[in-house]
Design a protein around this ligand. Structure first.
Ligand code: SF4
Ligand code: SF4
Length: 206
């Protein structure tokens, strides 16, 4: 019994001289390895608001909130609840642009209010000019335009959003007339694009 006590005594004396073996966290930050998986952080410049990160998150820690603002616009807010996050990195791996969300080295995440434990990014949504429903983030459509290059001319929605960005398009409001082939040249959701294309190809459904 006396040897363990002597060993403990030796360790006590050694630590008096050398200081404690453990890190002084939380008084001082703990040194972090380069590969640490800390809080996921959005980059508004790299994010296009596609929502793929929410789809792949295994614990459903990311909410997609589409809502209408007071000035009548539609926005998409991605809310990442990092109190539910398991730091797996799937959102970063599955990010469409590979630039929208990254795991940071931030790991001191404790707090008293879980409602405050969110990381967010907000994007404007494009609204269908026929059904008036929001259907995709504008930055997402612009990103598709950049990716497709000349191929973007196959889809009027994609190149019209780019023309709006360049200030080359003025949106003419529709009246209540039935859809016709002139509606091809409008920003449309996939359902309305299909209706207009079918009408143009085969005429009105009898
Ligand atoms: S790191 Fe994993 S758990 Fe956390 S938000 Fe991303 S996908 Fe979800
Ligand atoms: S661009 Fe990346 S971070 Fe932004 S919504 Fe899409 S998957 Fe999520």
């Amino acid at each position: 019994m006396k040897w363990p006590k002597l060993r403990e005594l030796k360790e006590a004396v050694t630590s008096l001289v050398k200081g404690p073996y453990t890190h002084p966290f939380p008084a001082a930050p703990t040194p972090q390895p380069e590969w640490i998986r800390g809080k996921p952080v959005y980059d508004p410049a790299g994010c296009i608001g596609c929502g793929a990160c929410a789809e792949v998150c295994p614990v459903r820690a990311i909410e997609v909130q589409d809502r209408r603002t007071d000035d009548g616009r539609w926005t998409r807010r991605l809310v990442l609840h990092y109190d539910n996050c398991v730091f797996c990195g799937e959102c970063m791996r599955g990010c469409s642009t590979q630039q929208g969300v990254k795991l940071s080295s931030s790991y001191e995440l404790s707090g008293f209010d879980r409602k405050q434990m969110v990381e967010t990014v907000e994007k404007e949504l494009a609204v269908c000019e026929l059904c008036r429903e929001p259907f995709a983030a504008r930055d997402h459509l612009l990103w598709i335009h950049r990716r497709l290059g000349a191929g973007a001319f196959a889809n009027p929605t994609v190149y019209l959003v780019e023309q709006e960005r360049l200030g080359l398009r003025e949106v003419v409001e529709r009246d209540d007339r039935p859809i016709d082939r002139s509606d091809i040249q409008r920003v449309l959701c996939p359902d309305c694009r299909r209706s207009v294309t079918l009408l143009d190809e085969w005429g009105p459904v009898k």
